[in-house]
Write a protein that binds this ligand. Sequence first.
Ligand code: CDP
Ligand code: ZN
Length: 157
Amino acid sequence: MHRVGLGHDTHRLGPGDGLVIGGITIPHDRRAIGHSDADVLLHAITDALLGAAALGDIGELFPDTDPANRGRDSATMLRAAADRVAAAGWRIVNLDCVIFAQRPKILPHRPAIRRRIAEVLGIVEEAVWLKAKTGESVGPIGEELAIGAECVVLIER
Ligand code: CDP
Ligand code: ZN
């Protein structure tokens, strides 16, 4: 049996000195703002996994009203979600992601991001794909006010 899950996330951007995305920090002159480390890609992946297994969403597992989640490493949240999915009897087949960012260029960092996501999830790198799109300089993404990510994941029993 197979199930598919979809995750989507957005974070505001502000002045900063590095972008946390996909479990790594990319040199950048802006940063994502959020209650946790604001890793928009790991949040989208977390929601995709939880959705595929019908196990809730990231806000239910880690409420942003809980002080314990302030500044939390999103990799620990993703791992916790993956553990729940595995405990329910599911195995990850593959995931495919899109980052929506005007800047910085994501492609040079794709190998490192894929490696990190595969490591956190305990799957092979070949099962993780990633691409990026600008906002064509319009709207909140294009004007660098926000960054977004989407992920689709397939799981099987
Ligand atoms: O050419 P098109 O309008 O389809 O896409 P784009 O948003 O202009 O992005 C062109 C290419 O740049 C993408 O296909 C990615 O390979 C790369 N890109 C990137 O590496 N990092 C981003 N933040 C945005 C795009
Ligand atoms: Zn988020």
